[in-house]
Design a protein around this ligand. Sequence first.
Ligand SMILES: [Zn+2]
Length: 394
Amino acid sequence: MPAPGSQASLREMNRLRVLDTVREHGALTQVEIAGVTGLSAATVSNVVKELDSAGAVILSPSIRNGRRAVRVSLAASTGLIGAVVFGDRDVRVVIGTGGKEIVAQKRMPLPADHAADEGIDRGARLIHELIAHSGHMPSDVRAVGVGLPAPIDTVTGLVGSNGILPGWRGVDVRAVMQEALGTQVLLDNTANLAALGEAKFGALQGVSTGVFIKASYGVGAGLILGGEVFRGSAGTAGEIGHVTIDENGPVCRCGNRGCLDTFVGAQAVLTALRATHGSLTLRDVISRALDGDAGCRRVLEDSGRHVGVAVAGVVNLLNPEVVVLGGQVSRLGEIVLQPMREAIERCAIPSAAATVDVRVGVLDPDVADAVGALALADQVREDADRAALLVGQP
Ligand SMILES: [Zn+2]
């Protein structure tokens, strides 16, 4: 890196300023770039020349105020990005080129009590198959976002609880996945990733203070503060599933008692229906509730109410504009949203409850976390493109 304040560092800063301006506003003429950045016309002209020879921008002729001008747009990032997202019962791999579009995807079931090496091995094999199948080489993938349905301690890189996802205890998932995939890996929990997906492309777009609730086999939250995913001091913020609802309640897999998860997690839902409905999966319960089965509907309405009680606490603390329900349970729409809203109104302070908009996510709950994992990988690719641009420049 050039010394701060030096001529080289000034040029570097100007290049980044022009790149960021074009990234934010789309194609602009050099006069417009000068207007936005405050740089002189001569500086913009030099910087654009440098960026063009580095292949970072595309120049195209246009007419502005009747005069000929050159429009500057960002060259597309090259290469693919990927995502490997572990659910409680499956692993899903996707590849994309940027944005929310998924180019190809594959899914494979995983046993509930699988060990980390088995999951990592299947995930790596699956994404390599997907890459080969779409006519690419593993080296075409620039970065991969990996999601786990557990709190992840970003300081140690380990799963931040002994009881949640026990097969993954003590494994440095990022390092092992990086080794298995041969590319840069970013790791986050799936509720944060789905929140990021909704923030980039869905119901939390443009929202400054928002809460995303992922209700599937387990329940988790992703917090959006200042428009960004808030991960807390060590990455485990948003663990709403392990907020205590009843201190004398059933013992939770995290070791605590009466966590929200023990009331609304798949285990609780399926147990409540076992005597009357026999052995069902969560997906069965959801589709029967949608078909009007009174028992399945009642259990999921109760889930909505319990989630609402816990969310009311978050509404009091953060005063969010929007609460988005995602995950498989969100397929029920108003059936769970209504009791959730009622609980928020009952338990949160009136002014915060009155202003919060509670709605379901926009992205398909099956892929929302994968879309977020792609967005995370895309950020890394963009940063790498920027860094490459700065290296070896005069
Ligand atoms: Zn718990």
